[in-house]
Each structure stands twice: as C-alpha cells, then as structure tokens.
Design a protein around this ligand. Structure first.
Ligand code: NAD
Length: 735
C-alpha cells in the first residue's frame, strides 16, 4: 500500500508506525486527500493479520499538525451557499455529511478493533488533537503543545472534541478548555488526563510501542460497560452543582454573542446524557448549524483567512526582493521605543536603542530585561534565551551606532520640531539605502518626511501599546513613500511577528479614528444621563473587551483633552462637541486623568481592591431612569459608530482593503470579534440594513449617524464592501 502523505512501516512485533509527512507543506494539515488516506490506513491495519496495533506520528520536526485546513471549511461553506438557493434541504444534508466526515472517520478508527496510539511529537491543534483523543493511547513529547482553538474563529471542535474531552477530564476543566480554546502544555494535558504519558521527544515512538506491547485495549473507556463520567452523571448531585454555574459563566464570558461557544455548552450538556454515537451525532448537528451562522463565516474569514494573508504579506509590493534585515535602530527609548526594541530583539534582530543620554537609553533597555525575567519566571524562556535577547540590544545616546542600520524606527516625543531634529540627525549617519519609519500617532507622515533627505524611504509604522502584547501595526504611506519603504516595513513587522495593515496618510490613520468614535459615543451617553455602569455594560454586551470609559482611563484623559484641542485648532471650534469638551476639561481640572493618576472615570484603590466607577460621574448629569433606556440601542450605537467610521475610511481611500479594516479593528481595538470586524459587521447584516440602522440612529441621536453617500449608493445597488472593494493582492498591484 502506498500513500502520498503517509508512510506505514510494520515491525517484527506487528506494530505499524504511521508517519504523517505531507510532501509539499511545512506543516501537516487535514485535507480531503489526507482523510481518505487515513481511512485507507485504518482499513489496512484491520485487514492485515500481521498488524497488532498502530502508532500515528508526524514526520515534521516539532509539529504533529496545525489542524484542519480552514480554507477547506470555507470552501464547503461557499458551496453550501451556492447550493442553498436551488435546494435548501439537499444543501444542508450535504453540509451535514461534509462536516461529519472527520468525526466518523475518528469513530471508525476508535472502533476498528485494533489499538492505536498517537505519538504527539509537537504542536497538535484542532482536528489533530481530536484524532489523538480517538486513539486508545496518547503519548506526547515534553515540549508539545496542544489545544482545540476552534472557538476563536467562531466554530467549535466538531470531530468529537466536545465529547471525548469531557469523557476524559472533569466537566469544568473540559468546558474551560473548549470555551477558551486554550493551548495546553503536554504536562497540563497529562494533568487533565488527556495524555497518558509525557516523554523526551527521542523516546516517543519507543514509549508508544511499549504501550501497545503491554496489551493496550482497543476499546475506549466510553465503549466499555460500566463507564463512569469523570464528573458523574449530568443529573446527579454533582451535576446540579456544575451546570447552573456553567450557564452563568457562559453568559458572563460571551454575552451570548458567540454561536460556537453556545454550541459547546449544548454539545457537552446534551452529549453527556447520551452514549457516544448519539452524542457525536448531536455534535455533528450543532456543527452544521453553527457553520451556517453569519458569525462563523465572518470570524473564519477575518480571524483565520485574512489574518494569515496579511501576515504573509498580502500588501507587500511584489516587485521588491525580500529584505535582509539584521540591524534596526530605535530612537526614543520611552514607553513605546522600549517596547519596540524588545519585540525587535525577540524577533532576532540586532537593536540600537537611542535616547538623549545613556541613562534614558539604559532605562529603555531595562524594560526588555524585566519582560524577559518574567518569561523566565513563568518557564516560557530559558536564562540563556533571555541573555541572548538582551545581548542583541545596544543602548546608547550615540547616533553613529546607526551607520549600518537597515531600518530606523523613531519614537520620540509627539512634537513636530523634536521629530524633525531627530530625523535630520539620523539622516546624517544612516546609509542611503536604509528606511526611516516614524511611530507617530497623530502627525501626518507626509509632513514629517520633509525633514528626511529622501521621502521615498520614509514611512509610518504605528504601534499600539503595550507593544509586546498588541498584535497590530499600522503602516502609513506618506504621499511620496516608495514601494521599497513599504516592503521593508512589512518585512520588519513580519520579523517581529505582528500583523500589518497599510493605510494612507490621514488624521488619526485608521484605528484611532474608530476608537475616538467609541469614546465619543460614551461621552454622548454620559451627557444624555445614561448611568455610567449601563454604558460600560452595553459596550461589553456588544462584544467590546473594555468599556469606553475604562479605555479612556487607560489612554489617559489628558490625552483626550490634547486631542480635542488639536482638532479644534486644525479644524475649527465646531469640530468638537462643546458638551464633550466641557466634560473632559472638567475631568482634567479635577485631576481625574485616568489610571495613571489613580482616578479618572473610575477610582483605582490600592490592590487587591478592584477599580469602580467614580460615583461623582452620576452627579455631573441628570440621570435617566434605567428602565426608560433602550439597552439594545446602546449596543448598536457603539458598534455602528465605529463601523460607520471604518466605512468612511474606505470611502476616503484611507483604507483600501476591507480585510485590513476588519483585522485591524479586531486586533487594534478589540472590535466585537464575533462580527468579523467593522466592515464585516456591515456586510454581515447587509449594507441596506446597516443604512436603515444608521438612519434610525441619526433620527434619534444626531447627524453623526447619517449614512455616507457611498453607503446609500451601495445599499441601492445591493453591493457589499467585499464585493465593491475586492481584497488587494500583490499580483493585482504588480499588474
Ligand atoms: P515617551 O515620552 O514615553 O518617550 C519618548 C522618548 O523620546 C523619551 O524617552 C525621550 O527621552 C525621548 N526623546 C525625546 N527627545 C529626544 C531626542 N531629541 N533624541 C532622542 N530621544 C529623545 O513617549 P511614548 O509614549 O513612547 O511616545 C513616543 C511616540 O510614540 C510618540 O510619537 C507617540 O505619539 C507615539 N505613540 C504612542 C503611543 C502610546 O500609547 N503612548 C501609541 C502609539 C504611538
């Protein structure tokens, strides 16, 4: 028997070693062909009397599998959409059969009558872990990491994950793992009884052989008579303790916005009441249902497909060869510069970190030291790794150290003159081939580029704070920014493992424009007399990770005042609502500058006490009775105002690709992930429905909600953003 993606070698003891090693990929993934081959391998193992049992492992170093090819899933979904119009029932049946393929294949393997052991040599995600769970024994290499992350892209583990995990481990741990989509270390997985043994990588197959030679049963515990669930039956005293809490925890964590998460709870609850075959069918039904939701379609598109495409350089000019980045300079070792130096050194680059004097530069480097020490303390890095990262950072006030840098990122004070002076100093020493990037958050790049000798080599790279945790960067194209600057900037972002979006030069770029709308809507609600707690809760129920008032405290209320003043100076007094200005000015006057001052919209008592909304806020505005407020409408206002701003950025040509508005909004400011992002929020409900929503909100709350001319035109023509602005590809740009 020969296979394209597997080798099968049987030893003298009758143990077949099945090695998965896809020839044309760096990582194994499930495709239709892979599943057909596994099916044939199971048949071979059963049919061959010389085979006693089998081991499944991977030939890829450090990785078992990344899971299913989600593109296959979106393909299945697209074909479903097309067929649905002709014959809905037949289309649903086809989808049901399609999604059941993997689940029933794993069931076939676990009931084939011969024992299988999964030898997990490294990363093992999604369908791969579900395959392992269907094996009769599981042994993992010490460094292996595994998980069922499906919920993060709007779906759930639909190939037995929701059934086998809670049959191996207690219900609470199972639900937590499934609902969070968390990644587990091999040790943690063993602690949860998902893995039988953890061994050094070199001993993996030998240990699997031992398990088989010791007579591993080919019958899973749940197929044996008298099987008991780890947490006892659902309808039992123990179950009565668990399930009511699960329901409330689920609501608290998800605000019921994620059909995938809801289905996990239902699958586990209903599945544990049934024998495994019926339980798997329940899971298959819910999976079919969830796949048809707008949330799943939008989340898969933005958080899986588009995210990967952007990370791989969807916007990178194809005509520029890959840059050989080795050394970057960071000028300004403050809050942002220190963070950028850290991620650059982590990405393997040599870093020169410059500030006005040695002390300031050293202070910037100390940030990396603190972060690496934390990683070492958590066991996520070794001492040697920490030393290597720190050794790559040279802290100095001497600009000469930039003379062989490939790229410089400027992160000095947000002041045109200071930036211009620094730019000239850098330009005097920087090689003529190197690229200069500014991390400005508000100053147009085109103007800043004037201080540089070659504006083609000048670009904006806007980071978000905290730099080590925020995954987005905004590349900003000045009027004269050239392809090479963009290519190098994107290569840099890739090296530091962040996700780039690329936008044209404008006030607030993309993310900050949308975020300001979020906070501004909260100011409106405050002055209307909506109770502050209701404002924060409405935002969270709408799916935002942080309420707008809490967010404003994080970004600082004095910054809000400065932005308002700058906006009024540049665009006239009418550009800021006087009621908002008064509110923010008063907060500033009272010293309520946000978290850094220990008080803002919230009070921040000493730990361990938790922050609480400042009671004085309620005194500032006459409060409306809560029951007279339309809570659903508050949620819509938040989501719509940010989506509308994103639509404006596309209409103005600031953002040119809907994927960037979507991914940028989720990664940059946590825009309700279940929507798929600001633009998918609009496309998901349809532009026509969005325009109707905006018109209603404009009637009730003001002109800021008026749909733009483009939105009206698209509504009329029945267009979507993804249809009207097809995603850009490097090929398209080159052509
Ligand atoms: P910061 O005040 O913490 O750091 C600025 C650093 O620049 C200081 O260490 C200062 O000593 C140094 N500096 C000033 N003049 C210098 C000079 N002539 N030569 C060398 N070093 C000099 O400020 P920050 O928050 O890190 O902001 C830096 C830049 O990043 C600003 O342009 C800001 O708008 C932008 N930014 C900030 C954030 C944020 O959340 N703070 C987010 C995105 C972008």
């Amino acid at each position: 028997m020969s296979y394209e993606n597997f080798t099968v070698e049987t030893d003298g003891d009758g143990i077949a070693l099945v090695t998965w090693d896809m020839p044309d990929r760096s990582m194994n993934v499930f495709t239709a062909a892979v599943m057909d081959e596994i099916d044939r391998i199971v048949d071979q193992v059963v049919a061959d009397a010389a085979i006693k049992g089998a081991i499944i492992t991977s030939g890829k170093k450090g990785s078992f599998t990344g899971g299913a090819d989600l593109k296959m899933l979106s393909g299945m979904f697209a074909s479903f959409e097309a067929k649905k119009r002709e014959d809905k029932d037949a289309a649903i049946q086809e989808l049901f059969d399609g999604v059941g393929r993997m689940s029933w294949l794993w069931r076939k393997l676990e009931t084939c009558g011969k024992p299988f052991v999964a030898a997990i040599n490294g990363t093992c995600m999604g369908g791969g872990l579900e395959l392992a769970l269907a094996c009769h024994g599981r042994v993992a290499a010490a460094g292996a990491r595994m998980g069922l992350p499906e919920v993060k892209v709007g779906i759930f583990p639909g190939a037995g994950g929701t059934q086998r995990v809670p049959r191996l481990t207690d219900t609470q741990s199972a639900l937590q793992m499934l609902l969070k989509g968390s990644t587990l270390s091999a040790e943690k997985a063993k602690g949860m009884k998902l893995i039988d043994a953890v061994v050094p990588e070199g001993d993996l197959v030998a240990r699997a052989r031992e398990m088989l030679n010791a007579g591993l049963s080919p019958v899973q515990p749940w197929d044996q008579k008298g099987f008991k669930l780890p947490s006892g039956p659902v309808y039992s005293a123990q179950g009565a303790q668990i399930w009511p809490a699960v329901a409330s925890l689920y609501r608290k964590e998800t605000a019921d916005n994620y059909p995938g998460a809801r289905a996990i709870v239902k699958c586990v609850y209903e599945g544990l009441l049934l024998p495994i075959d019926a339980a798997l069918r329940v899971e298959q039904r819910y999976f079919t249902e969830v796949l048809q939701t707008t949330e799943a379609a939008m989340m898969i598109r933005s958080l899986f497909v588009s995210l990967q495409e952007l990370n791989k350089g969807a916007r990178r000019p194809a005509n520029v060869p890959a840059s050989q980045l080795t050394k970057v300079g960071i000028v300004g070792a403050g809050f942002m510069g220190a963070g950028i130096a850290y991620v650059a050194a982590q990405g393997g680059l040599d870093v020169v970190l410059i500030d006005r004097d040695q002390d300031a530069a050293d202070k910037g480097k100390a940030h990396s030291k603190a972060l690496m020490e934390k990683l070492v303390g958590q066991g996520r890095a070794t001492k040697e790794q920490a030393e290597a990262v720190l050794a790559r950072i040279t802290a100095t006030p001497d600009y000469d150290a930039l003379k062989d840098a490939d790229l410089v990122v400027e992160a000095v004070f947000e002041d045109r003159d200071v930036k211009a002076e620094v730019t000239r100093k850098v330009a005097a020493v920087l090689p003529k081939t190197a690229i200069y990037a500014s991390n400005t958050s508000t100053i147009p790049i085109t103007g800043l580029a004037e201080a540089f000798d070659d504006p083609e080599r000048f670009i904006g790279i806007h980071f978000f704070s905290p730099v080590d945790r925020m995954m987005l960067t905004e590349g900003i194209l000045g009027e004269k920014t050239g392809d090479e600057a963009l290519a190098v900037a994107l290569d840099f972002v890739r090296a530091i493992r962040k996700t780039p979006i690329v936008v044209n030069d404008t006030r607030g770029f993309f993310a900050n424009r949308c975020v300001l709308r979020y906070m501004s809507e909260a100011y409106d609600m405050l002055v209307e007399g909506v109770p502050p707690a209701m404002i924060e809760n409405a935002a969270k129920f709408a799916g935002m990770p942080v309420g707008p008032l809490a967010l404003n405290d994080e970004t600082a209320v004095d910054l809000s005042l400065r932005i308002m003043k700058a906006t009024m100076r540049d665009m006239g007094d009418d550009s800021v609502d006087p009621r908002h200005f008064k509110l923010v000015e008063q907060m500033n006057g009272d010293g309520r500058l946000g978290r850094k001052a220990g008080m803002g919209f919230y009070d921040y008592p000493a730990k361990p006490a938790k922050k609480s909304l400042w009671p004085g806020l309620k005194q500032m505005f006459e409060q409306q009775p809560a029951e007279s407020i339309d809570f659903e409408e508050l949620k819509q206002r938040f989501l719509a105002t940010m989506a509308l701003e994103a639509a404006r950025t596309m209409e103005e040509g600031v953002v040119v690709d809907p994927r960037e508005a979507d991914v940028g909004s989720i990664l940059g400011f946590g825009y309700a992930p279940y929507t798929g992002g600001t633009i998918s929020y609009i496309d998901g409900m349809g532009v026509k429905a969005f325009v109707a929503l905006c018109e209603r909100l404009a009637d009730r709350h003001g002109e800021r909600f008026q749909p733009t001319p483009l939105l009206r035109e698209m509504a009329e023509k029945g267009e979507s953003f993804y249809g009207r602005f097809p995603p850009k590809t490097p090929e398209a740009k080159a052509a």
